[in-house]
Design a protein around this ligand. Structure first.
Ligand SMILES: N[C@@H](CCC(=O)N[C@@H](CS)C(=O)NCC(=O)O)C(=O)O
Length: 207
């Protein structure tokens, strides 16, 4: 398997999950602007929309879109428990969480990565948008659960972690959402997350 990724981008969720699974895989750092990859592939042929993640399976199939890639990976090893079984209400809850992270939480960060300079009013509006989505995560965690679906870490947590972690990089405070902050720290401390962050250059290897 090969994962096309950009350091620290949403593709890091799949990278974390590959580490959680302990399977062997290749990483190909991808320049989504230049549409080229470190291995020399033409990324336009891999991902028509030009974005990561793109997963090349062992059969050569290409899978894109975070919720699809993450569920595909989880289903490779059901015994790892990273997604509830297909056809169950719990699986629907996972899809609910993945779609929220993908279309609401992730996209609330888009103004910061669009390359368009924001004035104070635009930044305030964008920060408020992130706050509204973080408040929803906070409300899910309000009953004391450790992860979005309960006590079991799932692929949705890897994705939510990667996105919420961007807040620090753009100096947006999550102080108003203490359970969410603790949730981010909890997932950041997982060996699979640390390994992915070191490999993508977000963290240094401890001495
Ligand atoms: N709907 C896509 C969105 C993926 C996405 O936004 N990827 C970003 C990185 S987080 C990207 O590659 N952006 C570069 C670009 O759009 O050119 C998914 O869920 O996979």
């Amino acid at each position: 398997m090969k994962l096309h990724y950009k350091p620290g981008a949403c593709s890091m969720a799949s990278h974390i999950i590959l580490n959680e699974l302990g399977v062997s895989f290749d990483l190909d750092k991808t320049d989504t602007d230049g549409r080229t990859t470190e291995a020399g592939d033409d990324f336009r042929k891999i991902s028509p929309n030009g974005y990561v993640p793109a997963l090349i399976t062992d059969n050569g199939d290409i899978i894109t879109e975070n919720p699809a890639v993450l569920q595909y990976l989880a289903d490779l090893s059901p015994e790892a428990g990273l997604a509830p079984a297909n056809g169950t209400l719990e699986r629907t809850r996972l899809q609910e969480a993945l779609n929220f992270v993908s279309s609401e939480l992730h996209k609330s960060f888009s103004p910061f990565f669009s390359g368009v300079e924001m004035d104070d009013a635009a930044r305030e509006k964008a920060v408020a948008g992130i706050g509204r989505r973080a408040a929803h995560i906070e409300s899910i965690l309000a009953d004391g659960r450790s992860f979005l679906l309960g006590e079991t870490f799932s692929v949705a947590d890897a994705y939510a972690f990667v996105v919420l972690n961007w807040a620090g990089f753009i100096s947006v405070s999550l102080d108003a959402h203490p359970k969410t902050q603790a949730y981010v720290a909890r997932i950041a401390a997982r060996p699979a997350s640390i390994k992915a962050m070191i490999a993508e250059g977000l963290m240094e290897q401890a001495a």
